[in-house]
Design a protein around this ligand. Sequence first.
Ligand code: SF4
Length: 355
Amino acid sequence: MRMNTKKVKIGSRVIGGNNPILIQSMTNTKTEDAAATIAQIRRLEDAGCEIVRCAVPTMEAAAALGEIKKQVSVPVVADIHFDYRLAVAAIEHGADKIRINPGNIGSPERVRAVVDAARERKIPIRVGVNSGSLEKELVQKYGGVTAEGLVESALGQVRLIEDMGYDNLVISIKSSDVMMCVGAHELLAPRTEHPLHVGITEAGTLTAGNIKSAVGLGLILHQGIGDTIRVSLTGDPVEEVKSAKLILKTLGLRKGGVEVVSCPTCGRTQIDLIGLAGQVETLVSGYDLDIKVAVMGCVVNGPGEAREADLGIAGGIGEGLLIRKGEIIKKLPESELLPALKAELDALLKQKKGS
Ligand code: SF4
């Protein structure tokens, strides 16, 4: 059961309420370089990114948002730290949402200038609190950085903006400590109706980041908490989008796409199954089909597992079986397994388009 949050419009997208949980990522190009940023946003869009965030550390970056906005259709969020003038400029150049940490923007007057600009354009503000920049008083009050401190900080900053008469808000609380982040969301969700953007910050490189994000986001989302998510990875942001999609699908929060199941390989494997599974994963990512594909190393579990799938491959000695809905349709040399699977996928796609 999803928490009932308020609806918030971000460009052409709406989050909150019963709207689907949207996938965000963040560009790692220099935003000032509009061409490079546009190219990366397009790759992210193709991968399934639904909201994109760009760092705006300079006035030049704020100005580049104007060009970026013209060339991409996904909503663009401007990420601002320290300088309220950058936030105001980003809004003027068409940002669909801005992310600030009011704590580092400075005086209430400066926060008010940002709020006024957002109000004029009717764009939401994400109030983002991070464990690394929790206010000193709260660190002292709670004897360190704690979930309680993060929640108090976020709610205090939200109140500051609400008291300025603006409630078009999204909240995020991030910590690289996964269980602290989970605890903070459990405390925060019942205390606010604003939609929540959820992520584990500074999660790490591909393996560590994916595992931490899957555990953290899994525990949070499974409680019905969260309206948008980001998987933070040190690497190509396209990987963040792929991981976010898989997390949502694994939790049953999103349907569609080709699911690949593959065996871990063992002493019975007689084909290059690890290589084949990787190739299959790349191949299927280009198909808009809602099916399961099994890639199995041998005939012990292969045909059985493949029976549960729409399409399957079970390896033999330098050869393999191609299986459709549990039925063996061909025995092929190893080198022909991938092209044969592609032909099956093409046929299913054609069938889908024709229906
Ligand atoms: Fe081993 Fe076959 Fe199981 Fe793969 S499917 S792990 S090759 S027994």
